[in-house]
Design a protein around this ligand. Structure first.
Ligand SMILES: [Mg+2]
Length: 349
């Protein structure tokens, strides 16, 4: 089949997150073909991604052949190369991720395969889900057995807030559950070292994004200091090139590429190859979304998918129709062709 039109759309969100997300949250990519099959992808970069896709990438994509995974790889390399002057990381690669996922969706639909089958042999039948957020009682009620809470460092009193939140989490989730903390780059080496002593009795599985992603050496030193807690990160890193550098730096115990930002399934598979060689566990950022679930199901990723359920009565935008829900702490990808989801027409202008 040939690609006939490519369009990136910024959904009409009603409940988007704060700070940069208000302006630059996720986009939907729609690609049409000569066969009448439409592929949908999900990328980052918000409104700033639209001119990259609707202008530059659309020009490069129209009339391209798409009949195999090798075709997707060739398209990825072309878009990466052509966007180097303004790309390599950040918004251009977040835009490219949306294209890549739409191409995998298209190929899956054309061959009548779920994407996990295009990726390879299934390695997991059910995928353990972990909940990220603050409504831990509700997550426990829903059957989650793994939980991550956000913690932000503001002042010395935050050793105590981290201790109290960990204590509550451990008590509610139980002694066998996994408990993780995402600091969103608000801790530093000193704070992280002291936190590992303060929180020792709560047996935290990982500390996530304890510094900015450019502070590689400090994180590599922390790995030894906070054992057995893992130093996790990677949601702000891109492509095999970025992860290749990450591997050399030995900064992280556990990698968390975001499939909708790091370059799509194509880049995530290359990142996975590096991780396998280096023996680094991979737990994709927001891996409980359809794209992550197909990826986790057929790769050597850890059996753990991140879900962001929000809070019990908080309103949310259900952008993707056909998304799998979590049951008793487990989830799985759709068995329909492609990713098995399509965007909610109420949110797409
Ligand atoms: Mg995070």
């Amino acid at each position: 089949m040939k690609l006939t039109s490519v369009k990136a759309i910024y959904p009409k969100y009603k409940n988007v997150g704060t700070s940069w997300r208000t302006h630059l949250w996720q986009i939907v990519v729609k690609i049409e073909t000569t066969t009448g099959i439409t592929g949908y992808g999900y990328g980052g970069g918000g409104k700033a991604s639209l001119p990259i896709i609707n202008g530059h990438f659309a020009e490069l994509l129209c009339n391209r052949d798409l009949n195999s995974v090798d075709d997707i790889k060739a398209i990825w390399e072309d878009l990466y190369f052509e966007s180097i002057p303004y790309g390599r990381k950040g918004i251009a690669i977040m835009a490219l991720s949306g294209i890549d996922l739409a191409l995998w969706d298209l190929l899956g639909k054309a061959e009548n395969y779920p994407v996990y089958k295009l990726i390879g042999t299934k390695t997991k039948d059910k995928i353990r889900a972990y909940a990220t957020g603050t409504d831990v009682e509700w997550y426990k009620e829903m059957g989650f057995t793994a939980y991550k809470f956000p913690h932000r460092w503001n002042s010395e009193k935050d050793y105590q807030t981290a201790f109290d939140t960990s204590e509550i989490a451990r008590k509610i989730m139980g002694p066998e559950s996994l408990i993780m903390i995402d600091t969103y780059m608000s801790w530093n080496s000193h704070v992280t070292t002291k936190m590992s002593e303060t929180l020792q009795e709560h047996n935290i599985y990982w500390f996530e994004d304890v510094t900015t992603p450019d502070e590689l050496e400090p994180q590599s030193i922390l790995r030894e200091k906070v054992k057995p807690t893992l130093i996790a990160g990677g949601e702000h890193e891109f492509t095999r090139h970025g992860y290749g550098e990450l591997a050399k730096s030995k900064a992280l115990d556990l990698w968390q590429p975001d499939i909708t930002w790091c370059g799509g399934i194509t880049a995530a598979l290359q990142i996975m190859d590096i991780a396998n060689k280096e023996n680094i566990p991979v737990v994709p950022h927001r891996g409980g979304e359809p794209w992550g679930l197909h990826f986790i199901a057929s790769t050597q990723c850890e059996n753990l998918a991140e879900i962001l359920p929000g809070s019990k009565d908080a309103p949310r935008d259900d952008l993707w129709i056909g998304e799998k829900t979590t049951l008793n702490g487990f989830t799985h990808p759709s068995d329909k062709s492609g990713f098995g989801v399509y965007p909610n027409p109420d949110l797409i202008p």
